[in-house]
Design a protein around this ligand. Structure first.
Ligand code: KIV
Length: 278
């Protein structure tokens, strides 16, 4: 089965099939989520926190995104690959946005790019789409605007903010994006936007009314027990089993019970004695 395309994903909305999207940052995870049958894989700039251990996404570079995109693309056979344009790689001008989107496609082997912002990013989206590169929009909580927003907060709470969010979503669709991520948006507002738009919406902290959902792979696998925001559901608790496996390995190494004979390469003939030359 070939990789999912933009028309495939748009058809899913038309046919009322929910889209499952997940982040991945390397070949191994990409292979696993692809085997499980996910529809879309996002190389998110969340890799700043999840892979690089940074506090936020702001220091992630275009080169980082291209590198991880290339790794992930090698693990995918069926899922559509979309990749974030990181902070300051598209905000300066539509020409900058197009050039960098082109690098993600050419060098990172992605099928589409994702970028944050509503009306303010419409010109960049238009320039990229006109060059034949599909774009995923992203409104609501946009982590690259962390300092302007004052933290990772629910967006579109009041009537004015909700109206602005609807306008932003429409602007992204009008600019030509084929899909829209809604992050940390009240569920009723996300449902309303989903009904208004012809393109699929993918929610994270945006309720069940969206056309699809996205989660960070490390969050849904429970790899960090200290991180549990309200919108995350852990489908596994892998932190403890991973730590236990590593502890068992350390113990075996220290006690000399690993490697066993079955892990060792044994010669048919004993090793020859080495004659010392004085
Ligand atoms: O960077 C990311 O992982 C994202 C998703 C959480 C939507 O943008």
């Amino acid at each position: 089965m070939p990789r999912k395309t933009v028309p495939d994903l748009q058809r899913m909305k038309a046919e009322n099939h929910k889209i499952a999207m997940i982040t991945a940052y390397d070949y191994t995870m990409a292979r696993l989520v692809d085997m499980a049958g996910v529809d879309m894989v996002l190389v998110g700039d969340s890799l700043g926190m999840v892979v690089q251990g940074a506090e936020d996404t702001l220091s992630v570079t275009l080169e980082d995104m291209i590198y991880h995109s290339r790794c992930v693309s090698r693990g995918l056979t069926k899922a559509h690959l979309t990749v974030d344009l990181p902070f300051m790689s598209f905000q300066i001008s539509p020409a900058q946005a197009l050039e960098n989107a082109g690098r993600i496609i050419k060098e990172g082997h992605a099928q589409s790019v994702k970028l944050e912002g509503g009306e303010r990013s419409a010109a960049a989206i238009r320039a990229i789409v006109q060059a034949g590169i599909p774009v995923v929009g992203h409104v609501g909580l946009t982590p690259q605007s962390l300092h302007a927003l004052g933290g990772y907060r629910l967006q579109g709470r009041g009537a004015e903010a909700a109206k602005r969010l609807i306008q932003d979503s429409l602007a992204v669709e009008e600019a030509g994006a084929f899909c829209l991520v809604l992050e940390m948006v009240p569920a009723d507002l996300a449902s309303r936007i989903t009904e208004e738009l012809a393109i699929p919406t993918i929610g994270i902290g945006a309720g069940v009314g969206c056309d699809g959902q996205v989660l960070v792979c490390n969050d849904l696998l429970g790899l960090d027990s200290s991180f549990k925001p309200r919108f995350v559901k852990r489908f596994a608790e892998l932190e403890a089993p991973v730590a236990d496996a590593v502890k068992a390995y350390i113990q075996d190494v220290r006690e000399g019970t690993f490697p066993g004979v079955e892990h060792s390469f044994v010669r048919k003939h004993p090793a020859p004695r080495l004659a010392r030359v004085y």
